[in-house]
Design a protein around this ligand. Structure first.
Ligand code: FRU
Length: 495
């Protein structure tokens, strides 16, 4: 970042210029992470949807590559996924040079293969490790004739017991996930629908079925990740998940929220306003799903004040499935690969007890991009927190706090810089979480990066991800305590 591009992240994927939204085709191959994504090669707002491409070896620093699949007047390239077709089951490559296969949504314009406005699933492939792409001749490979309205976002998972691929897609405005299977990635047979549970207040988009180990057990569960817009927990776009069983045909969610239940009954991957359309990286090392998500919200993403780029990805996250009190729960953490890079810098640390006034953490703790560990003991106080990107006069800053009485973690971006670009830029987001033990202590890991914050609370039991647009000169950090003394431990690394 610089004074002329003050909100450019240092540790998150952005395009050099122009608009991006959903991550698509995420694949780890030959030691390189590939992220493809919804990209407008010709402008700084949504349109001409194409697949941009960036690569990384550490999931923190990304290098932009040429556009992989470019929009034409006949066909825009909407969201999808990529897998390595190791056995060349598709026949699109060879045994010696197996193809990288992309499934994407064709959004047809005039003179497209289907009628204007129709959406259907298509295949493209690369024989040079993702550098150049060809569309398959027989596209689209899957449509819902005669109606192909809002049929999109294919994501595929290998189903080992049946030795076939399973595709999840949506009919977005009907709030239905549709499942299909294939052995060659080209011919798809209908399996089942998943619908009728969880939040319903908007489009269902970008579904994905992942198989996860249950922590401290040999059991496995299937988890359906699903984006909803609007109708998310923080307003506008959000991501819910469902835990259950998949028998090769049908996914059944267990203990899912009823469709008319309050939003807080659903399970959310993130409680902030800016986490959407995340999907897992196919072939990522390790045995946990590693997710890349878009740090944006359709409520205001097209109006955020960055230029010449608009849109950034969240830090890649590793998911863990644990048995909770009432049901299985997903925990999120910064991916191990990304953490290695983020933790390279020196640690500054400080223990302090703070009474009822703000305490500036001092010169050593100033910055625009930091990885912060914060432990707060609220035994003798009611509320405590940290203020980041604080202005010199202390009038503005991003406030991250915990309230022991209401048991809520809150991120308040209402006075943390530019907000007037959209009336829908919501002021704060909160999630309720019990403190650790009986003493009322709370642990937050905070990734602050130029124009975003990701708060992992209580070891990833909940996450709040929010974009915000602070003043360039606002670089201070303070802690505060309300109604008594709070003991703080702060560890901070500059990024
Ligand atoms: C989700 C989404 C997808 C669609 C893509 C278009 O953010 O609306 O459903 O494929 O973006 O850019």
């Amino acid at each position: 970042p610089s004074a002329t591009d003050p909100w450019r992240p240092v540790a998150h994927l952005t395009a050099d210029k122009n608009w991006l939204n959903d991550p698509n085709g995420l694949v780890h191959h030959d030691g390189t992470y590939h992220a493809f994504y919804q990209y407008n090669p010709r402008g700084n707002s949504w349109g001409n949807m194409s697949w941009g491409h960036s690569t990384s070896t550490d999931l923190v620093h990304w290098e932009q590559q040429p556009v992989a699949l470019e929009a034409s007047p006949e066909e825009e390239i909407f969201s999808g996924c990529i897998v390595m077709d190791q056995n060349n089951a598709s026949g699109l490559g060879s045994a010696e040079n197996p193809p990288m296969v992309a499934l994407y949504t064709s959004a047809y314009g005039r003179n497209g293969a289907l009628s204007e406005g129709a959406q259907a699933q298509s295949v493209a492939f690369s024989l040079d490790n993702g550098t150049t792409w060809q569309k398959y001749q027989g596209n689209p490979v899957l449509n819902l004739a005669p109606t192909n309205n809002n049929f999109r976002d294919p994501k595929i998972t290998w189903y080992e017991p049946g030795r076939y691929w399973v595709m999840t897609t949506v009919v977005a405005d009907a709030q239905v996930v549709k499942l299909f299977k294939s052995t060659d990635l080209l011919h798809w047979d209908y399996l089942s629908d998943f619908s009728g549970v969880g939040a319903q207040g908007g489009l269902w988009e970008v579904p994905e079925l992942v198989l996860m180990d249950v922590e401290d057990s040999t059991a496995k569960k299937w988890v359906m990740l699903l984006s909803i817009n609007p109708g998310g927990i923080a307003g506008g776009s959000g991501m819910q998940y469902f835990v259950g069983e998949f028998d090769g045909t049908r996914f059944t969610a267990e203990n899912a929220a009823a469709p008319d239940a309050p939003l807080s009954e659903s399970q959310w991957l993130d409680h902030g306003a800016d986490y959407y359309a995340a999907n897992s990286i196919s072939g990522a090392p390790g045995d946990k799903p590693v997710l890349l998500g878009w740090m944006g919200n359709w409520d205001y993403a097209e109006h955020v004040p960055t230029t010449p780029w608009r849109g950034s990805m969240a830090i890649p996250r590793e998911l863990t499935l644990v048995r909770g009190e009432r049901r299985f729960e997903v925990r999120s953490a910064i991916s191990a690969a990304a953490r290695q890079t983020l933790e390279r810098g020196d640690v500054k640390s400080k223990n302090l007890t703070v009474g009822s006034s703000d305490q500036d953490l001092g010169e050593d703790f100033t910055g625009r991009a930091q990885l912060i560990e914060l432990e707060m003991d609220l035994t003798s106080s009611r509320e405590a927190g940290v203020i980041l990107r604080q202005s010199a006069d202390a009038n503005t800053g991003l406030r991250i706090s915990y309230d022991k009485e209401t048991r809520t973690v809150k991120v308040d971006r209402s006075r943390a810089g530019t907000t007037n670009f959209s009336e829908k830029f919501s002021p704060y987001h909160a999630v309720s979480l019990p403190p650790s033990g009986s003493d009322g202590s709370v642990r937050l890991e905070i990734l602050l990066d130029s124009s975003s914050v990701e708060v992992f609370a209580q070891d990833g039991a909940a996450v709040i991800s929010d974009t915000f647009f602070p003043d360039w000169d606002a670089t201070g950090s303070s802690v505060f305590s309300v109604d008594g003394d709070t003991e703080f431990t702060v560890r901070m690394r500059a990024l």
